[in-house]
Write a protein that binds this ligand. Structure first.
Ligand code: AMP
Length: 209
């Protein structure tokens, strides 16, 4: 079963994908992370997408599809697309190439999202995500897991956050309607705790045992 996770930054898509991966063996396809890895490795694609990413703009579809191609040939029994599709064009691509059983919309108020994103820090070594208020590291600005330095993502500054929220409302909201029309949309109130959301999610997608 393939799933698409939709929602503004800070709505907990990555956390929920991580929980499903651990418990049920889904593969977590985190588009933002795949793009950041190209930037870190300074690949040709990485150099081309840097300015879009840092300003909080959408990366053009042709680059997104190139990154995804790699994943589509894998013989996996369940993929979770985290942050894809974000445009109608991407949703149509998904419908044709990698249909999903459900699209899950993690619905969160912009104000709460901004608070969550500005207190988000990531480990510069292993990529683990922390929240300085809800889930702080044990030692000041050091990763509990590997001891790496915690840093703020380059696109987690105010201007880029606002831009990403605008893009979500203008370009990604129609994608939610797209899945609703096809009767495969699950909408979840993302202001709840990760544990509550996880319980609702496994019930909605029939993974409860
Ligand atoms: P995220 O890690 O999901 O917050 O994504 C970080 C950035 O990657 C976004 O602000 C975009 O610049 C880019 N990005 C991620 N997913 C997509 C997508 N589906 N389409 C276009 N750009 C994307």
């Amino acid at each position: 079963m393939n799933l698409a996770f939709l929602g503004i930054q800070g709505s907990g898509k990555g956390t929920q994908a991580g929980l499903l991966k651990k418990k049920y063996g889904f593969e977590h396809v985190n588009i933002g992370e795949l793009l950041r890895s190209h930037m870190a490795r300074k690949t040709l694609l990485g150099l081309k997408i840097t300015s879009y990413m840092e300003q909080g703009d959408l990366v053009p579809d042709n680059y997104i599809f190139t990154v995804l191609e790699d994943k589509l040939h894998k013989n996996s029994h369940g993929l979770i697309f985290d942050g894809f599709p974000r445009t109608i064009n991407q949703a149509e691509y998904m419908e044709e190439k990698i249909p999903v059983a459900y699209a899950v919309f993690f619905d969160l108020d912009d104000k709460i999202a901004i608070e969550r994103i500005t207190s988000r820090r990531v480990c510069s070594n292993c990529g683990r995500v922390y929240n300085l208020i809800l889930n702080p590291p044990k030692e000041d600005m050091k990763c509990d897991h590997c001891g790496g330095q915690l840093i703020q993502r380059n696109d987690d500054h105010e201007a880029a956050i606002k831009r990403r929220l605008n893009i979500f409302h203008n370009r990604t909201k129609p994608v939610i309607a797209f899945f609703e029309e096809r009767d495969c949309l699950i909408k979840i109130d993302a202001s709840q705790s990760p544990e509550q959301i996880h319980k609702i999610l496994i019930k909605e997608i029939n993974l409860e045992k």
